[in-house]
Structure formats: structure tokens, C-alpha cells
Design a protein around this ligand. Structure first.
Ligand SMILES: Cc1cc2nc3c(=O)[nH]c(=O)nc-3n(C[C@H](O)[C@H](O)[C@H](O)COP(=O)(O)OP(=O)(O)OC[C@H]3O[C@@H](n4cnc5c(N)ncnc54)[C@H](O)[C@@H]3O)c2cc1C
Length: 96
């Protein structure tokens, strides 16, 4: 799709989602953003790579790393992992 086609598709989807008529003139501006997702946690070898990266990171005092590249794609992976990592860093700073 061209950017204009994508914007018009989004307008029609928004109208369907919201249950209201949205004429083309109702769109005052549009922006098309592209995202590259991290690879899913289930990909072959991801577990070993994550374990190895975590071991290397934890060998360096005072360093914590979070994000989908390490935890796996999706908020259910990223948020608990980030909490655990922040807690690990907090404990290390306070008690070790
Ligand atoms: C379109 C889309 C829809 C999604 N829908 C869902 C969903 O419904 N449910 C779900 O669970 N997950 C969804 N995801 C996946 C989820 O958003 C990601 O897995 C999660 O946000 C990854 O978190 P992150 O902290 O690793 O990265 P991000 O949330 O991408 O955060 C990275 C941050 O770093 C910043 N940054 C990047 N480079 C630099 C730099 N050089 N200097 C400073 N800052 C920088 C970025 O601006 C960004 O704020 C979706 C993802 C996309 C793209």
C-alpha cells in the first residue's frame, strides 16, 4: 500500500472500530511509522542466546539490561523481566 492508501485504510478501520462515519475530509493528517520487532522468544536458539547474554551482563557489576531483544517480544515478557532485572539491580546495589 502507498502511504495514502494506508491512511485511507486506517480511516475506514477506525470508522468500523468506533462505529461512526469518518469521511476522508475528517483526516487532518497522517503519519506512517514502521517498526522492526525483536525476534520471538520461541525462535530456535533464542533461549541459549538469552542465557549467554544474561550471564555476560551479570558478570559486570552495576549493569542491568532489559527489553524484548532479551526477554522476548510482547509486554507479558518484557514487563515482568524488566521488574525482575530492576529488583536484581536494587538488591545488588543495596546488599552486595
Ligand atoms: C505495532 C506494534 C504493536 C504491538 N502490539 C502489542 C500488543 O498488543 N501486545 C503486546 O504484548 N506487545 C505488543 N507489541 C510488542 C511490544 O510493544 C514490544 O515487545 C515491547 O514494547 C518491547 O519493549 P522494549 O522496551 O524492548 O522496546 P520499546 O518499547 O520499543 O522501547 C525502546 C525505547 O528505546 C528508545 N530508543 C531507541 N533507540 C534509542 C536510542 N539510540 N537512544 C535513546 N532511546 C532510544 C525508543 O524510542 C523506545 O522508546 C507491539 C509492537 C508493535 C511495534
Amino acid at each position: 500500500m502507498s502511504d495514502d492508501e494506508a491512511a485511507d485504510f486506517a480511516r475506514r478501520e477506525a470508522a468500523a472500530l468506533l462505529g461512526v462515519a469518518l469521511a476522508p475530509e475528517a483526516v487532518s493528517a497522517s503519519h506512517r511509522g514502521r517498526f522492526v520487532q525483536s525476534q520471538p522468544a520461541s525462535i530456535i536458539g533464542a533461549g541459549e542466546r538469552r542465557t549467554s547474554a544474561r550471564a555476560a551482563i551479570r558478570a559486570v557489576p552495576g549493569v542491568a539490561v532489559v527489553g524484548a531483544w532479551l526477554a522476548g517480544t510482547g509486554l507479558a515478557q518484557v514487563i515482568p523481566d524488566a521488574r525482575d532485572e530492576a529488583d536484581r539491580m536494587r538488591r545488588a546495589l543495596l546488599w552486595e
